[in-house]
Design a binder for this molecule. Sequence first.
Ligand code: TMP
Length: 229
Amino acid sequence: MSSRGLFITVEGIDGCGKSTQASLIACALEAAGHDVLRLREPGGVKISEKIRAVLLDPANGEMGDVCELLLYEAARAQLVHEVIRPALAAGKTVVCDRFYDSTTAYQAFADGLDRDMVARANELAVDGCRPDLTLVFDVSVEEASRRRSDRAAEDRLELKGLEFQHRVAAGFRAVAADEPGRVKLIDAGGPIAEVFSGVVAELRTAGMAVSEDDAAAALATLSAYQGKC
Ligand code: TMP
Protein backbone atom coordinates (compact mmCIF):
# COMPACT_ATOMS: atom_id res chain seq x y z
CA MET A 1 0.00 0.00 0.00
CA SER A 2 1.48 3.39 -0.95
CA SER A 3 1.67 6.01 1.80
CA ARG A 4 0.26 9.50 1.50
CA GLY A 5 2.60 11.98 -0.19
CA LEU A 6 4.03 15.09 1.42
CA PHE A 7 2.20 18.38 1.24
CA ILE A 8 4.39 21.51 1.40
CA THR A 9 3.10 25.06 1.15
CA VAL A 10 5.00 28.34 0.78
CA GLU A 11 3.64 31.62 2.06
CA GLY A 12 4.49 35.27 2.57
CA ILE A 13 3.65 38.82 1.60
CA ASP A 14 3.56 39.87 -2.05
CA GLY A 15 7.11 40.14 -3.39
CA CYS A 16 8.70 37.97 -0.66
CA GLY A 17 10.30 35.64 -3.22
CA LYS A 18 8.29 32.52 -2.33
CA SER A 19 7.46 31.57 -5.92
CA THR A 20 11.15 31.34 -6.85
CA GLN A 21 11.77 29.31 -3.70
CA ALA A 22 8.80 27.04 -4.50
CA SER A 23 10.37 26.28 -7.86
CA LEU A 24 13.71 25.57 -6.19
CA ILE A 25 12.05 23.25 -3.66
CA ALA A 26 10.25 21.39 -6.45
CA CYS A 27 13.50 21.00 -8.42
CA ALA A 28 15.53 19.86 -5.41
CA LEU A 29 12.90 17.32 -4.32
CA GLU A 30 12.68 15.99 -7.86
CA ALA A 31 16.46 15.58 -7.86
CA ALA A 32 16.05 13.75 -4.54
CA GLY A 33 13.67 11.28 -6.21
CA HIS A 34 10.25 12.69 -5.31
CA ASP A 35 7.40 12.74 -7.80
CA VAL A 36 6.57 16.44 -7.44
CA LEU A 37 3.50 18.43 -8.34
CA ARG A 38 3.94 22.22 -8.26
CA LEU A 39 0.75 24.26 -7.87
CA ARG A 40 -0.35 27.77 -7.03
CA GLU A 41 -3.27 29.37 -5.24
CA PRO A 42 -5.61 30.81 -6.16
CA GLY A 43 -5.48 28.75 -9.32
CA GLY A 44 -3.85 25.49 -10.35
CA VAL A 45 -6.81 24.04 -12.28
CA LYS A 46 -9.11 25.50 -14.92
CA ILE A 47 -12.00 26.55 -12.66
CA SER A 48 -9.69 27.96 -9.98
CA GLU A 49 -7.65 29.90 -12.54
CA LYS A 50 -10.90 31.52 -13.74
CA ILE A 51 -11.69 32.49 -10.14
CA ARG A 52 -8.12 33.85 -9.81
CA ALA A 53 -8.68 36.15 -12.76
CA VAL A 54 -11.80 37.58 -11.07
CA LEU A 55 -9.97 37.99 -7.74
CA LEU A 56 -6.92 39.78 -9.10
CA ASP A 57 -8.62 41.98 -11.69
CA PRO A 58 -8.03 45.65 -10.68
CA ALA A 59 -11.39 46.42 -12.34
CA ASN A 60 -13.14 44.55 -9.47
CA GLY A 61 -12.38 47.19 -6.84
CA GLU A 62 -15.94 47.06 -5.48
CA MET A 63 -15.54 43.41 -4.33
CA GLY A 64 -16.68 42.94 -0.72
CA ASP A 65 -14.54 41.08 1.84
CA VAL A 66 -16.93 38.15 2.24
CA CYS A 67 -17.30 37.69 -1.51
CA GLU A 68 -13.50 37.68 -1.72
CA LEU A 69 -13.18 35.12 1.09
CA LEU A 70 -15.67 32.79 -0.56
CA LEU A 71 -13.97 33.07 -3.95
CA TYR A 72 -10.61 32.04 -2.44
CA GLU A 73 -12.31 29.13 -0.69
CA ALA A 74 -14.15 28.09 -3.85
CA ALA A 75 -10.89 28.10 -5.83
CA ARG A 76 -9.22 26.10 -3.03
CA ALA A 77 -12.02 23.55 -2.70
CA GLN A 78 -11.80 22.78 -6.42
CA LEU A 79 -8.00 22.49 -6.37
CA VAL A 80 -8.08 20.14 -3.37
CA HIS A 81 -10.88 18.06 -4.90
CA GLU A 82 -9.46 17.85 -8.41
CA VAL A 83 -5.71 17.62 -7.83
CA ILE A 84 -4.23 17.85 -4.32
CA ARG A 85 -6.13 15.08 -2.58
CA PRO A 86 -5.74 12.55 -5.44
CA ALA A 87 -2.05 13.45 -5.87
CA LEU A 88 -1.30 12.94 -2.17
CA ALA A 89 -3.23 9.67 -2.19
CA ALA A 90 -1.04 8.54 -5.10
CA GLY A 91 2.08 9.27 -3.03
CA LYS A 92 3.12 12.46 -4.86
CA THR A 93 4.82 15.38 -3.17
CA VAL A 94 2.74 18.53 -3.61
CA VAL A 95 4.41 21.96 -3.43
CA CYS A 96 1.78 24.69 -3.39
CA ASP A 97 2.46 28.42 -3.70
CA ARG A 98 0.02 29.74 -1.02
CA PHE A 99 -2.77 27.84 0.73
CA TYR A 100 -5.13 28.54 3.62
CA ASP A 101 -2.58 30.42 5.74
CA SER A 102 -2.82 33.17 3.11
CA THR A 103 -6.53 33.43 3.83
CA THR A 104 -5.82 33.76 7.55
CA ALA A 105 -3.16 36.43 6.94
CA TYR A 106 -4.95 38.44 4.22
CA GLN A 107 -8.67 38.04 4.94
CA ALA A 108 -8.58 37.74 8.75
CA PHE A 109 -5.51 39.73 9.87
CA ALA A 110 -5.32 42.31 7.08
CA ASP A 111 -8.98 42.71 6.01
CA GLY A 112 -10.30 42.20 9.54
CA LEU A 113 -12.73 39.33 8.95
CA ASP A 114 -13.52 37.25 12.02
CA ARG A 115 -10.78 34.66 12.55
CA ASP A 116 -13.13 31.86 13.57
CA MET A 117 -15.29 32.44 10.51
CA VAL A 118 -12.19 32.35 8.29
CA ALA A 119 -10.98 29.17 10.02
CA ARG A 120 -14.36 27.52 9.40
CA ALA A 121 -14.34 28.60 5.76
CA ASN A 122 -10.81 27.22 5.36
CA GLU A 123 -11.89 23.90 6.85
CA LEU A 124 -14.93 23.72 4.60
CA ALA A 125 -12.68 24.13 1.55
CA VAL A 126 -9.96 21.64 2.51
CA ASP A 127 -11.97 19.08 4.52
CA GLY A 128 -8.98 17.83 6.50
CA CYS A 129 -6.41 18.15 3.71
CA ARG A 130 -3.68 20.05 5.59
CA PRO A 131 -0.05 20.83 4.75
CA ASP A 132 2.67 18.82 6.49
CA LEU A 133 5.13 21.71 6.26
CA THR A 134 4.58 25.40 5.60
CA LEU A 135 7.43 27.82 4.94
CA VAL A 136 6.69 31.49 5.49
CA PHE A 137 9.17 33.77 3.70
CA ASP A 138 9.70 36.65 6.04
CA VAL A 139 10.99 39.85 4.47
CA SER A 140 10.44 43.52 5.27
CA VAL A 141 7.49 45.17 3.58
CA GLU A 142 9.85 47.76 2.09
CA GLU A 143 12.15 45.13 0.54
CA ALA A 144 9.16 43.19 -0.85
CA SER A 145 7.80 46.39 -2.35
CA ARG A 146 11.18 47.09 -3.96
CA ARG A 147 11.19 43.56 -5.47
CA ARG A 148 7.63 44.02 -6.75
CA SER A 149 8.54 47.24 -8.51
CA ASP A 150 10.25 45.10 -11.20
CA ARG A 151 6.84 43.72 -12.20
CA ALA A 152 4.82 45.14 -15.08
CA ALA A 153 1.60 46.06 -13.24
CA GLU A 154 0.15 45.69 -9.76
CA ASP A 155 -2.90 43.45 -9.25
CA ARG A 156 -5.96 44.31 -7.13
CA LEU A 157 -4.34 43.01 -3.91
CA GLU A 158 -1.02 44.78 -4.45
CA LEU A 159 -2.90 48.04 -4.99
CA LYS A 160 -4.07 47.91 -1.34
CA GLY A 161 -0.81 49.54 -0.25
CA LEU A 162 1.99 49.18 2.30
CA GLU A 163 -0.16 49.41 5.47
CA PHE A 164 -2.13 46.43 4.20
CA GLN A 165 1.11 44.49 3.57
CA HIS A 166 2.25 45.26 7.15
CA ARG A 167 -0.95 43.70 8.50
CA VAL A 168 -0.49 40.66 6.23
CA ALA A 169 3.11 40.23 7.46
CA ALA A 170 1.95 40.41 11.07
CA GLY A 171 -0.69 37.82 10.23
CA PHE A 172 1.86 35.37 8.85
CA ARG A 173 4.06 35.80 11.92
CA ALA A 174 1.05 35.09 14.13
CA VAL A 175 0.24 31.96 12.11
CA ALA A 176 3.85 30.77 12.57
CA ALA A 177 3.68 31.45 16.32
CA ASP A 178 0.36 29.57 16.60
CA GLU A 179 1.58 26.41 14.85
CA PRO A 180 5.36 26.21 15.31
CA GLY A 181 5.43 22.49 14.49
CA ARG A 182 4.07 22.94 10.98
CA VAL A 183 4.85 26.55 10.09
CA LYS A 184 8.48 27.73 9.85
CA LEU A 185 9.58 31.32 9.34
CA ILE A 186 12.42 31.68 6.83
CA ASP A 187 14.50 34.86 6.72
CA ALA A 188 13.98 35.89 3.08
CA GLY A 189 15.86 39.19 3.12
CA GLY A 190 19.05 37.84 1.51
CA PRO A 191 20.00 36.60 -1.96
CA ILE A 192 18.12 33.63 -3.47
CA ALA A 193 20.83 31.00 -2.76
CA GLU A 194 21.18 32.10 0.85
CA VAL A 195 17.42 31.96 1.43
CA PHE A 196 17.34 28.53 -0.22
CA SER A 197 19.96 27.16 2.17
CA GLY A 198 17.58 28.04 5.02
CA VAL A 199 14.83 26.24 3.14
CA VAL A 200 16.93 23.12 2.64
CA ALA A 201 17.72 23.07 6.36
CA GLU A 202 13.98 23.09 7.15
CA LEU A 203 13.27 20.35 4.58
CA ARG A 204 15.92 18.19 6.24
CA THR A 205 14.59 18.91 9.72
CA ALA A 206 11.19 17.78 8.44
CA GLY A 207 12.76 14.46 7.36
CA MET A 208 13.36 15.03 3.65
CA ALA A 209 16.71 13.73 2.44
CA VAL A 210 17.86 16.61 0.26
CA SER A 211 21.58 16.30 -0.52
CA GLU A 212 23.98 19.13 -1.34
CA ASP A 213 23.94 17.86 -4.96
CA ASP A 214 20.12 18.03 -5.09
CA ALA A 215 20.19 21.59 -3.80
CA ALA A 216 22.95 22.56 -6.23
CA ALA A 217 21.03 20.99 -9.14
CA ALA A 218 18.01 23.12 -8.26
CA LEU A 219 20.06 26.30 -8.11
CA ALA A 220 21.78 25.42 -11.40
CA THR A 221 18.43 25.29 -13.20
CA LEU A 222 17.33 28.60 -11.72
CA SER A 223 17.34 30.37 -15.06
CA ALA A 224 15.07 27.69 -16.57
CA TYR A 225 12.44 27.71 -13.77
CA GLN A 226 9.55 29.26 -15.58
CA GLY A 227 9.58 26.62 -18.30
CA LYS A 228 10.84 23.47 -16.67
CA CYS A 229 10.21 23.18 -12.95
P1 TMP B 1 0.20 35.47 -5.67
O1 TMP B 1 0.56 36.85 -6.08
O2 TMP B 1 1.12 34.88 -4.69
O3 TMP B 1 -0.07 34.59 -6.84
O4 TMP B 1 -1.18 35.57 -4.87
C1 TMP B 1 -2.24 36.28 -5.37
C2 TMP B 1 -2.81 37.26 -4.38
O5 TMP B 1 -3.90 36.66 -3.70
C3 TMP B 1 -1.86 37.75 -3.30
O6 TMP B 1 -1.94 39.17 -3.23
C4 TMP B 1 -2.41 37.15 -2.03
C5 TMP B 1 -3.86 36.95 -2.32
N1 TMP B 1 -4.50 35.87 -1.57
C6 TMP B 1 -5.40 36.17 -0.55
O7 TMP B 1 -5.66 37.34 -0.26
N2 TMP B 1 -6.01 35.14 0.10
C7 TMP B 1 -5.78 33.83 -0.21
O8 TMP B 1 -6.35 32.92 0.41
C8 TMP B 1 -4.82 33.53 -1.27
C9 TMP B 1 -4.54 32.11 -1.63
C10 TMP B 1 -4.23 34.57 -1.91
